[in-house]
Design a protein around this ligand. Structure first.
Ligand code: HEM
Length: 189
């Protein structure tokens, strides 16, 4: 990596910092139905500078860590890390994530940096097992027993606020389950 100063993070510049939110709701699969978990969480986005791939593709890099805690027992029940990348020339935004269930994915999309009338950006990235560009990697056990089929992340960010909806389609317990997570967060000073 080189050139940590003066990096053009584009839309990702709005993410840098520590975010907290306590309005989270997780809808997760159970063998006999659905589990609902109210949660709070912290996202920490740090600058990673920029890098070049194949001497031509310039990517601006943010690293993040996400810790999600169940309100019911104050136990951490989701731990996620990865990168957000911005390709300014191609206007492509990429989100790579890994969770300790042995599932990783690379979600992406073309992105036009247009703010809405309230100064927010609406960002949407997705991945799917049958998507040629943006894919999901999972262990043999997960493929067989709890397969992630697709992932969609919809974020509205601006003015120090972020809200998101994540939809993870799972093939688990003999059915297709819509695993969702949503929250609203505030950028800490
Ligand atoms: C705030 C974010 C998330 C939370 C709080 C969360 C929480 C949960 C919970 C509570 C379960 C039920 C399993 C259990 O009871 O142990 C579950 C299952 C699962 N989640 Fe998530 N999840 C989140 C995001 C994700 C994401 C982003 C992915 C993948 C892209 C994912 C993939 C899975 C898979 C594959 C399972 C099935 C495994 C199983 O139930 O044994 N989750 N999640």
């Amino acid at each position: 990596m080189s050139e940590i100063v003066k990096v053009d993070y584009g839309p990702l510049s709005k993410f840098i910092g520590v975010w907290q939110g306590d309005k989270g709701m997780d809808i997760a699969p159970e063998p006999d139905g659905t589990e609902e978990n109210p949660y709070y969480e912290t996202f920490t986005f740090t600058e990673g500078g920029s890098l070049k791939n194949a001497q031509s593709q310039l990517l601006a890099v943010l690293h993040y860590r996400r810790i999600v805690t169940r309100k019911r027992d104050d136990g951490v029940f989701h731990d996620e890390t990865g990168y957000w990348l911005w390709d300014a020339r191609e206007k492509v935004i990429i989100h790579s994530l890994s969770i300790p269930r042995a599932v990783s994915l690379l979600a992406g999309a073309h992105f036009n940096e247009v703010e809405d009338s309230e100064g927010n950006l609406n960002i949407e990235v997705s991945a799917a097992v049958d998507n040629e560009d943006w894919q999901i990697i999972q262990s043999p056990f997960m493929k067989k027993n709890a397969r992630t089929i697709s992932y969609l992340q919809q974020i509205t960010i601006g003015n120090g606020k972020m809200k998101y909806l994540e939809t993870t389609m799972l093939d688990i317990y003999g059915k297709i389950f819509k695993h969702t997570d949503q929250n609203e967060l505030v950028l800490q000073q």
